[in-house]
Design a protein around this ligand. Structure first.
Ligand SMILES: *Cc1c(COP(=O)(O)O)cnc(C)c1O
Length: 388
Protein backbone atom coordinates (compact mmCIF):
# COMPACT_ATOMS: atom_id res chain seq x y z
CA UNK A 1 0.00 0.00 0.00
CA UNK A 2 1.14 3.50 -0.74
CA UNK A 3 0.67 5.42 2.48
CA UNK A 4 -0.67 8.88 1.88
CA UNK A 5 -0.07 11.52 4.48
CA UNK A 6 -2.50 14.31 5.25
CA UNK A 7 -1.84 17.73 3.77
CA UNK A 8 -1.33 18.90 7.32
CA UNK A 9 1.57 16.52 7.78
CA UNK A 10 3.05 17.39 4.42
CA UNK A 11 2.90 21.07 5.26
CA UNK A 12 5.11 20.66 8.32
CA UNK A 13 8.50 22.26 7.72
CA UNK A 14 11.38 19.89 6.97
CA UNK A 15 13.40 18.98 10.01
CA UNK A 16 16.45 21.17 9.55
CA UNK A 17 18.68 19.36 11.96
CA UNK A 18 18.81 16.14 9.87
CA UNK A 19 22.29 16.79 8.51
CA UNK A 20 23.71 17.81 11.83
CA UNK A 21 22.11 14.84 13.61
CA UNK A 22 23.63 12.50 11.04
CA UNK A 23 27.07 14.06 11.34
CA UNK A 24 26.76 13.92 15.13
CA UNK A 25 25.92 10.21 15.10
CA UNK A 26 28.81 9.52 12.77
CA UNK A 27 31.25 11.44 14.96
CA UNK A 28 30.03 9.49 18.00
CA UNK A 29 30.47 6.16 16.18
CA UNK A 30 34.00 7.14 15.29
CA UNK A 31 34.64 7.62 18.97
CA UNK A 32 35.35 11.34 18.68
CA UNK A 33 35.09 13.38 21.87
CA UNK A 34 32.03 15.54 21.14
CA UNK A 35 31.15 18.60 23.19
CA UNK A 36 27.41 18.96 22.78
CA UNK A 37 26.24 22.56 23.08
CA UNK A 38 23.32 21.76 20.82
CA UNK A 39 20.42 20.65 22.94
CA UNK A 40 18.54 22.74 25.48
CA UNK A 41 18.34 20.04 28.10
CA UNK A 42 19.83 20.62 31.57
CA UNK A 43 22.80 18.36 32.30
CA UNK A 44 22.23 18.12 36.06
CA UNK A 45 19.77 15.70 37.70
CA UNK A 46 16.42 16.63 39.27
CA UNK A 47 16.87 17.75 42.91
CA UNK A 48 16.86 14.78 45.26
CA UNK A 49 13.87 15.70 47.38
CA UNK A 50 11.67 15.77 44.26
CA UNK A 51 12.84 12.32 43.17
CA UNK A 52 12.18 10.98 46.64
CA UNK A 53 8.66 12.39 46.57
CA UNK A 54 8.02 10.65 43.25
CA UNK A 55 9.35 7.38 44.68
CA UNK A 56 7.01 7.59 47.64
CA UNK A 57 3.99 8.62 45.55
CA UNK A 58 4.63 5.92 42.94
CA UNK A 59 4.24 3.25 45.63
CA UNK A 60 0.73 4.40 46.58
CA UNK A 61 -1.94 2.48 44.59
CA UNK A 62 -4.21 5.53 44.77
CA UNK A 63 -1.90 7.16 42.29
CA UNK A 64 -2.05 4.34 39.75
CA UNK A 65 -5.47 5.24 38.37
CA UNK A 66 -6.45 7.73 35.70
CA UNK A 67 -5.67 11.20 36.94
CA UNK A 68 -8.16 14.05 36.81
CA UNK A 69 -8.08 15.82 33.44
CA UNK A 70 -7.78 19.26 34.98
CA UNK A 71 -4.99 18.24 37.39
CA UNK A 72 -5.06 17.61 41.16
CA UNK A 73 -6.59 20.44 43.19
CA UNK A 74 -3.48 20.43 45.40
CA UNK A 75 -1.24 20.99 42.40
CA UNK A 76 -3.38 23.84 41.09
CA UNK A 77 -3.33 25.39 44.56
CA UNK A 78 0.47 25.03 44.76
CA UNK A 79 0.78 26.76 41.40
CA UNK A 80 -1.53 29.60 42.53
CA UNK A 81 0.52 30.05 45.73
CA UNK A 82 3.80 30.00 43.82
CA UNK A 83 2.46 32.55 41.35
CA UNK A 84 1.31 34.95 44.03
CA UNK A 85 4.64 34.69 45.83
CA UNK A 86 6.78 34.95 42.72
CA UNK A 87 4.84 37.51 40.64
CA UNK A 88 2.21 38.92 42.98
CA UNK A 89 -0.48 37.79 40.54
CA UNK A 90 -3.69 36.18 41.82
CA UNK A 91 -5.01 33.19 39.95
CA UNK A 92 -8.15 31.20 40.64
CA UNK A 93 -6.91 27.60 40.90
CA UNK A 94 -10.28 26.26 39.71
CA UNK A 95 -10.60 28.19 36.49
CA UNK A 96 -7.36 29.99 35.70
CA UNK A 97 -4.78 27.20 36.00
CA UNK A 98 -4.47 24.05 33.89
CA UNK A 99 -1.62 21.56 34.46
CA UNK A 100 -0.08 20.15 31.29
CA UNK A 101 1.98 17.13 30.24
CA UNK A 102 4.89 19.51 29.72
CA UNK A 103 4.25 22.99 28.36
CA UNK A 104 4.99 21.78 24.80
CA UNK A 105 1.88 19.65 25.03
CA UNK A 106 -0.33 22.66 25.78
CA UNK A 107 1.38 24.82 23.17
CA UNK A 108 0.88 22.10 20.57
CA UNK A 109 -2.81 21.71 21.36
CA UNK A 110 -3.70 25.36 21.82
CA UNK A 111 -4.30 26.35 18.16
CA UNK A 112 -6.81 23.49 17.82
CA UNK A 113 -9.03 25.41 20.23
CA UNK A 114 -8.91 28.85 18.59
CA UNK A 115 -7.73 28.67 15.00
CA UNK A 116 -9.87 27.88 11.98
CA UNK A 117 -8.53 26.98 8.57
CA UNK A 118 -7.04 30.11 7.02
CA UNK A 119 -6.74 32.08 10.28
CA UNK A 120 -3.40 33.63 11.10
CA UNK A 121 -1.19 32.80 14.03
CA UNK A 122 1.47 35.42 14.75
CA UNK A 123 4.71 33.65 15.58
CA UNK A 124 8.18 34.97 16.32
CA UNK A 125 10.90 34.06 13.84
CA UNK A 126 13.30 32.61 14.97
CA UNK A 127 11.39 30.62 17.59
CA UNK A 128 10.90 27.44 19.53
CA UNK A 129 9.58 25.16 16.71
CA UNK A 130 6.23 23.99 18.24
CA UNK A 131 4.54 27.39 17.68
CA UNK A 132 4.84 26.76 13.95
CA UNK A 133 4.18 23.04 14.01
CA UNK A 134 1.03 23.40 16.08
CA UNK A 135 -0.31 26.14 13.80
CA UNK A 136 0.16 23.97 10.72
CA UNK A 137 -1.43 20.96 12.41
CA UNK A 138 -4.47 23.16 13.09
CA UNK A 139 -4.63 24.29 9.42
CA UNK A 140 -3.69 27.81 10.44
CA UNK A 141 -1.39 30.17 8.59
CA UNK A 142 1.76 31.51 10.15
CA UNK A 143 2.57 35.19 10.03
CA UNK A 144 6.23 35.65 10.89
CA UNK A 145 7.21 38.33 13.34
CA UNK A 146 10.96 38.73 12.77
CA UNK A 147 13.06 39.04 15.93
CA UNK A 148 15.93 41.28 14.91
CA UNK A 149 18.98 42.24 16.88
CA UNK A 150 18.43 45.94 16.07
CA UNK A 151 15.07 45.69 17.91
CA UNK A 152 16.51 43.78 20.86
CA UNK A 153 14.86 40.66 19.43
CA UNK A 154 11.37 42.01 20.14
CA UNK A 155 8.72 41.86 17.37
CA UNK A 156 7.61 45.14 15.79
CA UNK A 157 3.88 44.89 16.27
CA UNK A 158 3.17 48.09 14.33
CA UNK A 159 4.61 46.45 11.20
CA UNK A 160 1.91 43.76 11.14
CA UNK A 161 -0.40 44.63 8.22
CA UNK A 162 -4.03 45.41 8.96
CA UNK A 163 -5.48 42.49 6.93
CA UNK A 164 -3.28 40.11 8.92
CA UNK A 165 -4.38 41.63 12.22
CA UNK A 166 -7.98 41.09 11.17
CA UNK A 167 -7.49 37.41 10.45
CA UNK A 168 -5.16 36.71 13.38
CA UNK A 169 -6.51 34.68 16.29
CA UNK A 170 -3.41 33.98 18.30
CA UNK A 171 0.02 35.46 18.96
CA UNK A 172 2.85 33.46 20.47
CA UNK A 173 5.47 35.31 22.49
CA UNK A 174 8.36 33.87 24.48
CA UNK A 175 10.56 35.79 26.93
CA UNK A 176 13.14 35.11 28.21
CA UNK A 177 13.55 33.93 24.65
CA UNK A 178 14.70 30.70 23.09
CA UNK A 179 16.85 30.84 20.94
CA UNK A 180 18.04 34.48 21.24
CA UNK A 181 18.33 34.76 25.05
CA UNK A 182 16.54 38.13 24.84
CA UNK A 183 14.26 39.45 27.58
CA UNK A 184 11.18 41.68 27.53
CA UNK A 185 10.15 44.42 29.93
CA UNK A 186 6.84 45.77 31.12
CA UNK A 187 6.53 48.37 28.36
CA UNK A 188 6.80 45.68 25.68
CA UNK A 189 4.24 43.44 27.36
CA UNK A 190 1.91 46.43 27.77
CA UNK A 191 2.20 47.21 24.06
CA UNK A 192 1.46 43.58 23.22
CA UNK A 193 -1.59 43.52 25.50
CA UNK A 194 -2.96 46.76 24.02
CA UNK A 195 -2.40 45.43 20.50
CA UNK A 196 -4.11 42.13 21.30
CA UNK A 197 -7.00 43.81 23.00
CA UNK A 198 -7.55 46.24 20.12
CA UNK A 199 -7.51 43.49 17.48
CA UNK A 200 -9.11 40.70 19.48
CA UNK A 201 -6.07 38.42 19.34
CA UNK A 202 -5.21 35.90 22.05
CA UNK A 203 -1.70 36.13 23.49
CA UNK A 204 0.08 32.92 24.47
CA UNK A 205 3.21 33.87 26.37
CA UNK A 206 5.72 31.09 26.91
CA UNK A 207 7.65 31.70 30.14
CA UNK A 208 9.60 28.44 30.26
CA UNK A 209 12.77 30.33 31.30
CA UNK A 210 11.26 32.65 33.92
CA UNK A 211 13.48 31.17 36.67
CA UNK A 212 16.74 31.05 34.74
CA UNK A 213 18.37 34.48 34.88
CA UNK A 214 21.62 36.24 35.76
CA UNK A 215 23.26 39.37 37.15
CA UNK A 216 20.39 39.94 39.59
CA UNK A 217 17.80 40.24 36.82
CA UNK A 218 14.42 38.60 37.56
CA UNK A 219 12.02 38.10 34.64
CA UNK A 220 8.45 39.26 35.18
CA UNK A 221 5.26 37.44 34.28
CA UNK A 222 3.31 38.75 31.30
CA UNK A 223 0.24 38.46 33.56
CA UNK A 224 1.61 41.23 35.81
CA UNK A 225 0.71 43.75 33.12
CA UNK A 226 -2.61 45.53 33.31
CA UNK A 227 -5.24 43.87 31.12
CA UNK A 228 -3.10 40.80 30.36
CA UNK A 229 -5.57 38.37 31.86
CA UNK A 230 -8.27 39.78 29.58
CA UNK A 231 -6.39 38.69 26.48
CA UNK A 232 -3.99 35.94 27.31
CA UNK A 233 -2.42 33.03 29.04
CA UNK A 234 1.10 32.16 30.14
CA UNK A 235 2.82 28.79 29.80
CA UNK A 236 5.18 27.57 32.50
CA UNK A 237 7.24 24.46 32.87
CA UNK A 238 9.08 22.62 35.60
CA UNK A 239 11.47 21.32 32.92
CA UNK A 240 14.18 23.95 32.97
CA UNK A 241 13.82 25.38 36.48
CA UNK A 242 13.96 22.00 38.24
CA UNK A 243 15.87 19.87 35.71
CA UNK A 244 12.71 17.89 34.97
CA UNK A 245 12.57 17.81 31.16
CA UNK A 246 11.89 14.06 31.04
CA UNK A 247 9.11 14.15 33.63
CA UNK A 248 6.61 16.00 31.43
CA UNK A 249 4.90 18.52 33.67
CA UNK A 250 4.05 22.18 33.20
CA UNK A 251 0.97 24.39 33.19
CA UNK A 252 -0.90 27.16 31.45
CA UNK A 253 -2.58 29.95 33.42
CA UNK A 254 -4.48 33.17 32.87
CA UNK A 255 -7.77 33.91 31.11
CA UNK A 256 -10.42 31.41 32.23
CA UNK A 257 -12.23 31.19 28.86
CA UNK A 258 -8.97 30.54 27.01
CA UNK A 259 -8.02 27.92 29.61
CA UNK A 260 -11.39 26.21 29.16
CA UNK A 261 -10.80 25.97 25.40
CA UNK A 262 -7.43 24.29 25.85
CA UNK A 263 -8.94 22.00 28.49
CA UNK A 264 -11.68 20.92 26.10
CA UNK A 265 -9.18 19.92 23.41
CA UNK A 266 -7.09 18.07 25.96
CA UNK A 267 -10.03 16.17 27.42
CA UNK A 268 -10.44 14.60 23.98
CA UNK A 269 -6.80 13.65 23.70
CA UNK A 270 -5.16 12.77 27.01
CA UNK A 271 -6.22 11.60 30.43
CA UNK A 272 -4.16 13.71 32.76
CA UNK A 273 -0.65 13.63 34.21
CA UNK A 274 0.47 10.59 36.23
CA UNK A 275 -0.60 11.52 39.78
CA UNK A 276 2.78 10.64 41.29
CA UNK A 277 4.40 13.17 38.96
CA UNK A 278 1.84 15.79 39.98
CA UNK A 279 2.70 15.14 43.63
CA UNK A 280 6.40 15.48 42.80
CA UNK A 281 5.52 18.72 40.99
CA UNK A 282 3.90 20.06 44.16
CA UNK A 283 7.11 19.18 45.99
CA UNK A 284 9.15 21.08 43.40
CA UNK A 285 7.05 24.25 43.81
CA UNK A 286 6.59 24.13 47.59
CA UNK A 287 9.82 22.45 48.78
CA UNK A 288 13.24 24.04 49.28
CA UNK A 289 14.07 26.50 46.47
CA UNK A 290 17.81 26.96 47.11
CA UNK A 291 18.51 24.82 44.05
CA UNK A 292 17.29 27.65 41.75
CA UNK A 293 19.85 30.14 42.96
CA UNK A 294 22.67 27.60 42.65
CA UNK A 295 21.53 26.67 39.17
CA UNK A 296 21.51 30.29 38.04
CA UNK A 297 24.97 30.87 39.52
CA UNK A 298 26.26 27.83 37.66
CA UNK A 299 24.83 28.87 34.29
CA UNK A 300 26.08 32.39 34.84
CA UNK A 301 29.62 31.10 35.30
CA UNK A 302 29.31 29.01 32.16
CA UNK A 303 27.87 31.98 30.27
CA UNK A 304 30.77 34.19 31.36
CA UNK A 305 33.30 31.55 30.32
CA UNK A 306 31.75 31.07 26.89
CA UNK A 307 31.17 34.76 26.16
CA UNK A 308 34.65 35.84 27.21
CA UNK A 309 36.24 32.98 25.29
CA UNK A 310 34.29 33.59 22.08
CA UNK A 311 35.21 37.27 22.11
CA UNK A 312 38.86 36.44 22.62
CA UNK A 313 39.14 33.60 20.10
CA UNK A 314 37.00 34.37 17.04
CA UNK A 315 36.15 37.96 17.91
CA UNK A 316 32.51 36.87 17.83
CA UNK A 317 29.71 39.39 17.99
CA UNK A 318 26.70 38.75 20.27
CA UNK A 319 24.57 40.14 23.08
CA UNK A 320 25.43 38.69 26.50
CA UNK A 321 22.16 37.09 27.66
CA UNK A 322 20.57 38.07 31.00
CA UNK A 323 18.46 34.91 31.04
CA UNK A 324 18.03 31.41 29.53
CA UNK A 325 20.90 28.99 29.00
CA UNK A 326 21.50 30.05 25.40
CA UNK A 327 24.06 32.30 23.76
CA UNK A 328 23.00 33.52 20.31
CA UNK A 329 26.08 34.34 18.33
CA UNK A 330 26.61 36.00 14.93
CA UNK A 331 28.53 33.59 12.71
CA UNK A 332 31.71 34.95 11.10
CA UNK A 333 30.97 36.77 7.82
CA UNK A 334 32.11 34.16 5.30
CA UNK A 335 29.78 31.45 6.68
CA UNK A 336 26.07 30.91 7.01
CA UNK A 337 24.58 29.27 10.07
CA UNK A 338 24.69 25.74 8.67
CA UNK A 339 28.17 25.87 7.19
CA UNK A 340 29.53 27.32 10.43
CA UNK A 341 27.92 24.66 12.58
CA UNK A 342 29.31 21.98 10.22
CA UNK A 343 32.73 23.53 10.53
CA UNK A 344 32.53 23.49 14.34
CA UNK A 345 31.54 19.84 14.24
CA UNK A 346 34.11 18.73 11.67
CA UNK A 347 37.09 20.66 12.95
CA UNK A 348 36.40 21.01 16.68
CA UNK A 349 33.95 18.18 17.53
CA UNK A 350 31.60 20.82 18.89
CA UNK A 351 27.85 20.62 18.38
CA UNK A 352 25.92 23.90 18.19
CA UNK A 353 22.56 24.61 16.55
CA UNK A 354 22.39 26.59 13.29
CA UNK A 355 20.08 29.56 13.77
CA UNK A 356 18.15 28.93 10.55
CA UNK A 357 16.72 25.80 12.19
CA UNK A 358 14.57 28.16 14.30
CA UNK A 359 13.29 30.10 11.30
CA UNK A 360 14.58 32.18 8.40
CA UNK A 361 15.40 35.19 10.61
CA UNK A 362 17.76 32.94 12.55
CA UNK A 363 20.08 32.82 9.54
CA UNK A 364 23.47 34.29 10.33
CA UNK A 365 23.40 33.05 13.93
CA UNK A 366 24.34 29.95 15.84
CA UNK A 367 22.94 28.91 19.22
CA UNK A 368 25.17 27.58 21.97
CA UNK A 369 23.44 25.89 24.93
CA UNK A 370 25.24 26.14 28.27
CA UNK A 371 24.47 22.54 29.13
CA UNK A 372 27.96 21.15 29.75
CA UNK A 373 30.31 21.73 32.73
CA UNK A 374 32.54 24.81 32.70
CA UNK A 375 35.65 22.69 32.07
CA UNK A 376 34.10 21.40 28.87
CA UNK A 377 33.29 24.94 27.77
CA UNK A 378 36.93 25.84 28.31
CA UNK A 379 37.95 22.79 26.29
CA UNK A 380 35.56 23.83 23.48
CA UNK A 381 37.08 27.31 23.47
CA UNK A 382 40.59 25.87 23.36
CA UNK A 383 39.65 23.85 20.28
CA UNK A 384 38.06 26.84 18.58
CA UNK A 385 41.14 28.93 19.19
CA UNK A 386 43.56 26.26 17.98
CA UNK A 387 41.66 24.76 15.08
CA UNK A 388 39.58 27.46 13.41
C1 LIG B 1 12.25 23.95 26.83
C2 LIG B 1 11.16 24.84 26.40
C3 LIG B 1 9.86 24.59 26.82
C4 LIG B 1 9.59 23.50 27.81
O1 LIG B 1 8.86 22.50 27.33
P1 LIG B 1 8.31 21.35 28.26
O2 LIG B 1 7.37 20.70 27.32
O3 LIG B 1 7.62 21.94 29.44
O4 LIG B 1 9.44 20.47 28.64
C5 LIG B 1 8.85 25.45 26.41
N1 LIG B 1 9.14 26.52 25.66
C6 LIG B 1 10.39 26.80 25.27
C7 LIG B 1 10.65 28.03 24.49
C8 LIG B 1 11.44 25.96 25.61
O5 LIG B 1 12.66 26.22 25.19
Amino acid sequence: MKVRFSRRLENLPPYLFVEIDKAKRKARQEGRDLIDLGVGDPDLPTPRHIIEKLHEAAKDPKNHKYALDQGMPALRQAIADWYRKRFNVDLNPETEILPLIGSKEGIAHMPLAFVNSGDYVLAPNPSYPPYRGSTILADGMIYDMPLLEENDFLPELNKIPLPVRKKARLMFLNYPNNPTGATADESFYQKAVDFASKHNIIIAHDAAYSEMSFDGYKPMSFLEVEGAKEVGVEFHSLSKAYNMTGWRIGWVCGNADIISGIAKVKSNIDSGIFSAIQIAGIEALTGPQDHIQKMCAMYQERRNALCQGLRASINADFVVPKATFYVWVNVPKKYDSRSFSSLLLEKCDIVATPGVGFGSSGEGYIRFALTVPKERIHEALRRIKERL
